[in-house]
Design a protein around this ligand. Structure first.
Ligand code: HGY
Ligand code: MN
Ligand code: MN
Ligand code: MN
Length: 410
């Protein structure tokens, strides 16, 4: 009997993807009513299967298939159901729903494992309106600090309030912290979000490592003034200063290093943002990523030094907030071998590759051995309305994930 139901898996992905904010394609931003609606849908699916369902204090959604030996550490299969703006048709939900299908198939076939299987939708894996990403898995790893809970969005609402809105209890975050020997293995299926699998004509990818990410919030304070009456040599223009800093980041990250590194300014807010006002203030966000911590540090320190010099020369104020740093991880050989064997039991077209995207696996690596399986995405693109994956690849990846679990528990 076929263990994984390909059509049902595909239908669940499209059912959840369809729960989006009107007018914003494939968008289910964390801490919104639509996000809560999507998680209600997921918890109902979990209840229908007969899983034990919990929402923890960080509002992580957990569905448990209890094992015959509860004294054993659990196997966690997770990802996230929140999205970036305008893109998330498969990013995150493919992994959560692959886990759901695995639990459903085991239950249907009355396959009782010794280990408990936990299917987890980690809260706010994407950088949220509060600037922080991997909120839920940080709560498990103990990396969700009081200071982070006080981070605010543009309306001044705190992350703690947002977690309450999502159904969590920010006063009990401590209770989410997992002890190391409680989890035997963490697995995540994810779309690659890049072109490597396509270019190498592979159906499945075994992830060798995941980049670390350094994130800053940067505040540039100039002097708002009349655009018509303020001569060019008498301006303290926050926007041109922030723009020069942005181009400096692009140049520095574009340099030659022993490991690939990327630097991006993805958020850039100008105030008062009026055509006839010299910009008084700019708030922007920087992220620097590499598999090498040392290269991240080198790019970051050179960028911060140049931003400082630009601010000085342009006579604007500069404030840097260190929002977060997730460490790069290397997947251990034993887990890589487990996943490679599982993938090769399904298809010959399997390669190894690093992940340029961050994942909940970064935080989970502090608690247990982690492994990820990638499936290809159309044109290698993600975080956009065109994001797409094929039914067959999702099915192959889910089957491989199940085979890895069955092999691991032997
Ligand atoms: O931003 C990332 O790397 C991931 O998509 N959260
Ligand atoms: Mn993403
Ligand atoms: Mn993701
Ligand atoms: Mn992820």
């Amino acid at each position: 009997m076929e263990l994984i139901n390909k059509e049902r898996l595909w239908e669940t992905v499209h059912a959840l993807a369809a729960i989006t904010i009107e007018g914003k394609p494939w968008t289910r931003r964390s801490f919104t009513a639509k996000y809560n609606q999507g998680r209600e849908w997921l918890m109902n699916q979990m209840r229908e299967i007969g899983l034990e369902v919990e929402m923890d204090a960080a509002s992580n959604v957990i569905g448990r298939l209890i094992g015959t030996d509860p004294s054993l550490p659990s196997i966690v299969i997770g990802s996230h159901t929140d999205t970036v703006p305008d893109g998330g048709r498969f990013d995150g939900i493919a992994g959560v729903l692959a886990g759901l299908e695995i639990a459903r198939s085991l239950k249907e076939q009355s396959i009782q494992l010794k280990h408990t299987i936990e299917i987890v939708d980690f809260t706010a894996e994407e950088p949220s309106e509060y600037g922080l990403s991997t909120v839920g898995s940080r709560a498990w790893s103990g990396n969700l600090s009081e200071e982070m809970l006080s981070y605010t969005n543009s309306d001044g609402q705190t992350l703690a309030e947002a977690i309450s809105f999502a159904g969590g209890n920010p006063n009990e975050i401590e209770k989410c912290k997992k002890v190391k020997d409680k989890i035997a293995l963490y697995l995540e299926l994810h779309i690659e979000q890049g072109p490597v699998l396509l270019n190498k004509n592979a159906n499945l990818g075994v992830v060798t490592g995941i980049v670390g990410i350094q994130r800053y919030k940067i505040f540039v304070d100039g002097l708002p003034n009349h655009a018509g009456t303020t001569p060019m040599d008498m301006r303290n223009d926050a926007l041109t200063a922030a723009s020069e800093m942005t181009l400096a980041l692009e140049r520095i990250a574009g340099g030659k290093y022993e490991h690939p590194v990327v630097g991006t300014v993805g958020v850039f807010n100008n105030f008062p943002n009026a055509s006839n006002v010299v910009p008084g203030k700019v708030e922007y966000q920087v992220e620097i990523r590499s598999i090498s911590e040392e290269v991240i540090d080198r790019v970051a320190s050179q960028f911060l030094a140049e931003a400082d010099a630009i601010a000085e020369r342009r006579k604007v104020g500069l404030k840097i907030e260190n929002v977060s740093r997730s460490k790069a991880i290397i997947v251990n050989d034993e887990i890589k071998q487990l996943l490679t064997n599982a993938c090769r039991s399904i298809t010959d077209h399997v390669i190894e590759l690093p992940s340029g995207a961050g994942h909940d696996a970064n935080q989970m690596s502090l608690l247990a051995p982690v492994g990820m399986i990638f499936i290809p995405c159309k044109d290698g693109r993600s975080h956009c309305p065109e994001e797409w994956a094929e039914k067959e690849d999702l099915y192959l990846g889910t089957k491989a994930m199940l085979n890895a679990v069955l092999e691991f528990v032997k």
